[in-house]
Design a protein around this ligand. Structure first.
Ligand SMILES: C[S@@+](CC[C@H](N)C(=O)[O-])C[C@H]1O[C@@H](n2cnc3c(N)ncnc32)[C@H](O)[C@@H]1O
Length: 244
């Protein structure tokens, strides 16, 4: 993908206050923010979900983390939160993201980034180097909202579940399609980038998780997880944790 095309991972880093974006990324991000200013807060809510869920998985004893659709490992990411001795594998399908991540992680023990497509999860599991006979915490944050129904995301998650050991978990976050949300503006804003946004309703997100044990409080707004009575925040993302 050319550096002239706005890149969703660098735009994401820009929303989070990072320094990875190019001028074309910043222009595309500012266009999205002009239409939907809450996006800046929503990505922070999503990053706080990542912090909270990795902390919870670590407290449950998980020491292997597979973050698929990881984006850039900046701005307080999994390897900075997981306990020492954990193995962290970031995976993205964007060659630029993988090269840049490998450079950023060069000095970090036990964290790496692989090229892989979430639509080919079995291939990722074959190559990730994690011990699949032991629990793995799989993260898919704000990535399935770039995977259309034609790629059968529910089927992908079923085959993932069958490959993981008992005690493994999946943390998912997903752009929210709700009547009150500016769905059209978000989908239009991403049309000129390297990723086409596909927002889903709460029921559609739950429908991706057939066969998984959805943990309380279920599919909630990202800002609320794990306390469904908390402030719903922007309501632009859903978050959920499930067990195999
Ligand atoms: C919005 S960013 C989210 C980054 C990170 N997961 C987070 O929540 O902070 C989405 C990332 O998913 C990646 N991505 C999109 N489609 C993908 C696919 N089919 N396979 C792997 N990665 C994908 C993009 O390259 C991008 O880095």
């Amino acid at each position: 993908m050319s550096m002239d095309t706005p890149n969703v991972a660098r735009m994401y880093d820009y929303y989070l206050g990072g320094t990875e974006a190019t001028p074309v990324d910043r222009a595309a991000a500012e266009q999205v923010l002009a239409a939907v200013p809450q996006v800046r807060v929503a990505v922070r809510e999503n990053r706080r979900f990542l912090e909270r869920v990795v902390t919870q998985l670590a407290a449950a004893g998980i020491r292997q983390f597979l973050d698929v659709g990881s984006g850039l490992p900046t701005q307080r990411n999994v390897h900075e939160i997981a306990p020492p001795g954990s193995r962290v594998v970031y995976v993205d399908y964007d060659h630029y993201v993988v090269d840049r991540s490998q450079a950023l992680l060069a000095e970090v023990d036990d964290a790496t980034c692989l090229l892989g497509d979430v639509r080919e999860l079995n291939d990722i599991l074959d190559r990730c180097g994690l011990d699949l006979s032991q629990p793995v915490g799989v993260l898919m944050l704000a990535v399935l909202n770039f995977v259309g129904d034609e790629d059968d995301p529910a089927g992908l998650l079923t085959s993932l579940r069958k490959r993981l050991a008992e005690g493994s978990c999946l943390a998912l976050s997903h752009g929210a399609r709700e009547d009150t949300n500016p769905v059209e503006e978000i989908e239009t804003g991403y049309r000129r980038t390297n990723g086409q946004a596909v927002l889903r309703t709460r029921e559609e997100v739950l429908g991706l998780l057939a066969g998984w044990q959805v943990q309380p409080p279920g599919v909630v707004y990202g800002a609320q997880w794990p306390d469904a009575t908390g402030d719903p925040g922007t309501r632009l993302t859903f978050a959920v944790l499930c067990r195999v």
